[in-house]
Design a protein around this ligand. Structure first.
Ligand SMILES: [Mg+2]
Length: 182
């Protein structure tokens, strides 16, 4: 199968990185506990008047480069490739792309190596990408096409409202095995 893996919230620990960046930048304002996140966009989980502060954290140079891998993610990505799947990294950059885009490439190179850099698809519209499975924490992925892939939701506190297949890096083997092409 062609398996598309999202980065933020799937391979890379955006939530932990955000809390770290926020705490360093705004020590007088306690960050939201990631377990209390309810909206996919983190800006929507903070008060409107803190919107610029939220953006300042993830627009900062080094934010994406320094994200920690999600536990188990790197081993699982390599294991999927070893099982014979065609694994691609499918990620949507911020509109504020200056640091985000190069740092996403640096991150994959550092953590998964040049073979996976060669497998990166950077797009704002994932519905235009062909594949059998997309593993993504975004509960609502829309775009110009009806997707060819089956969406497997990567379990996060802010996507509990959607039904359908759902996985973590502890359960991926069974879920992806069941997520055969339609
Ligand atoms: Mg994501």
């Amino acid at each position: 199968m062609i398996i598309l893996l999202d980065m933020d919230g799937v391979l890379a620990d955006f939530e932990q990185g955000f809390v770290r960046g926020w705490t360093a930048r705004f020590p007088e304002h306690p960050p939201l506990d990631p377990r209390d996140r309810r909206h996919f966009s983190i800006r929507d989980d903070y008060p409107t008047h803190q919107g610029a502060m939220v953006q300042a954290v993830y627009h900062a140079e080094g934010f994406f480069r320094d994200l920690a891998p999600m536990p188990g993610a790197l081993d699982a990505a390599r294991a999927l490739a070893d099982l014979g799947h065609d694994v691609r990294i499918c990620t949507s950059p911020l509109r504020h792309y200056r640091h985000c885009v190069p740092e996403k490439y640096e991150w994959i190179d550092a953590h998964l190596g040049p073979e996976f850099v060669n497998r990166m698809i950077v797009t704002r519209d994932k519905t235009l990408v062909r594949g059998d499975v997309l593993v993504d924490d975004n509960p609502d992925i829309t775009g110009a096409q009806v997707p060819a892939w089956r969406h497997v939701v990567f379990d996060q506190p802010y996507n509990q409202q959607v039904a359908g297949p759902r996985m973590t890096w502890a359960t991926w083997r069974d879920v992806i095995a069941d997520a055969a092409p339609r």
